[in-house]
Design a protein around this ligand. Structure first.
Ligand code: PFF
Length: 466
């Protein structure tokens, strides 16, 4: 039972160092940064959320990222790129591959609903472009628009009358498919290299617009987002939400980074690359996501924004904000187009782990495996859309797969790295080709603190949700 299949050798490899960093950052920077982060912060104590958030980043996020980069490259240079392969190599037993099912399942299932939201963003961008989304200052108008355009099965119809959402879903799917089909370097890397700088430009334009609104409004808006409500710190839910956000946002615990880093060369620097990708993600999340979404919504809509859920914030509150600001149509377009780019660079990363598995486990050629997988994914997406009552299927999947299973996989990876692969080997392997040293205590954190921290969160999580 050796893997990969005898006659299969992956030809994939990244084109350049900056390319792989941008691809990983592209996976990390997504809807999580601009919609989920402000939503979580608003629901969990505003500024007080940031303390557990940064602790989770330092204790869980960055160390686990390094562990994934290290194990991914380690097994990649030995010819194994899929999660079953990586786990087998890291554990030195093919039996370990069974532990990796989540690393295939999680990204695939997330993909099925993530591209639906991605298509919403494209549709909103388009409707700003045409002006259809300039609906005035009445919040109900945006709710009605949202329900009719994207609302799923709310009144017996999948989409409302005249909604072109199906078309947008198919376009989104096609763009993803073409890029995935072209491969790691020609598809994913090339796209990320152009999309990420463009996202920075679009987001900065919107940020400047928001921060140059009348200053007393701006400071009230920022205060809402950043003033801590310290009582939130004693609530375990805040800590849970903070670490969940870190995982979701950094794409850690998904099986994505082990796969992406497996296409690195022997001498590539995993320490600096991993850290750079994490830092870019934090820049987008804290500096752009954190300074735009909530403050802007607060400026125009007041404290009621705390009652908007994540989707309400993105697709109801913000459109209302754009309607009220000068040149709102332009900024609305830039914003939703940027969200679409952010989402697509993330969704691209969700299929690659499974493609690697098909290639490696069944010796399927990339074009065959991506076509086959594309069909499975599309069927899943239609299932989510057509069988959901409202957004129920989406919420359920996001909770069980996008939150619960990620903890499980992160835990498995931490134990494999700390206790089976071993921190001595891990530390040595991480530093091959590295220009930076990881402080030694990070290894100890990975071995002892991460499993305990995750275990505690996990217990609290089960306790609260059963
Ligand atoms: N990190 C992405 C975000 O913040 O939106 C989401 C994501 C990417 C989830 C890749 C899963 C995944 F495999």
């Amino acid at each position: 039972d050796s893997m990969p299949a005898e006659d299969y050798v992956s030809k994939e490899q990244w084109g350049s160092r900056i390319g792989v960093v941008l691809a990983v950052a592209g996976s990390a920077v997504g809807l999580g940064n601009f919609l989920r982060f402000p939503g979580q912060a608003a629901q969990n104590g505003g500024g007080a959320f940031l303390l557990p958030y940064f602790i989770s980043l330092l204790v869980l996020g960055i160390p686990l990222c390094w562990a994934e980069w290290t194990m991914g490259r380690f097994s990649g240079v030995r010819g194994f790129h899929s999660a079953p392969g990586v786990f087998s190599v890291a554990c030195r037993t093919p039996k370990a591959r069974y532990l990796s099912v989540f690393a295939l399942l999680i990204p695939l299932v997330i993909y099925m609903y993530y591209i639906v939201i991605e298509a919403w963003c494209l549709s909103y961008a388009w409707n700003y472009f045409t002006g259809d989304l300039m609906l005035g200052e009445d919040s109900d108008a945006y709710t009605a628009y949202f329900d009719n355009t994207v609302g799923m099965n709310t009144d017996g119809h999948v989409f409302g009358k005249g909604s072109s959402m199906l078309g947008f879903i198919l376009i989104t799917f096609a763009v993803n498919f073409v890029l995935i089909y072209r491969g790691v370097s020609a598809g994913i890397e090339t796209f990320c290299k152009f999309a990420i700088p463009l996202m920075v430009v679009c987001a900065l334009c919107v940020l400047v617009r928001v921060l140059t609104l009348p200053s007393e409004q701006v400071s009230a808006g920022l205060g809402f987002m950043w003033n801590p409500k310290p009582e939130a710190l004693t609530d375990p839910k805040t800590w849970l939400a903070a670490s969940g956000q870190i995982f979701f946002s950094l794409s850690v615990g998904f099986g994505v980074i082990i796969n992406y880093s497996s296409y690195l060369g022997k001498k590539d620097d995993v320490v600096l690359s991993g850290l750079t990708a994490c830092s870019m993600n934090e820049f987008f999340e804290v500096c752009l996501g954190g300074l735009i979404t909530l403050p802007a919504a607060f400026i125009f809509l007041g404290a009621s924004v705390a009652s908007f859920g994540t989707f309400g914030l993105g697709f109801n509150a913000l459109p209302n904000v754009f309607a009220q600001m000068p040149a709102g149509q332009l900024f609305g377009f830039l914003w939703f187009f940027m969200l679409f780019l952010a989402a697509i660079t993330s969704s691209l990363s969700m299929l690659q782990p499974v493609i690697a598995f098909f290639e490696e486990g069944f010796a399927l050629e990339r074009h065959v495996s991506s076509t086959f997988l594309g069909m499975i994914a599309l069927a899943g997406t239609f299932f989510v859309v057509y069988f959901s009552k409202g957004l129920k299927a989406l919420d359920t999947l996001d909770f069980w797969v996008g939150t619960f299973l990620i903890f499980v996989l992160a835990m498995i990876q931490a134990v494999i790295y700390g206790w089976v692969f071993g921190i001595v080997r891990g530390e040595r392997e991480a530093h091959v080709g590295a220009h930076l040293r990881i402080p030694h205590f990070v290894q100890l954190i990975l071995k002892y603190v991460v499993p305990v921290y995750l275990g505690a969160i996990f217990v609290a999580f089960c306790y609260q949700n059963v």
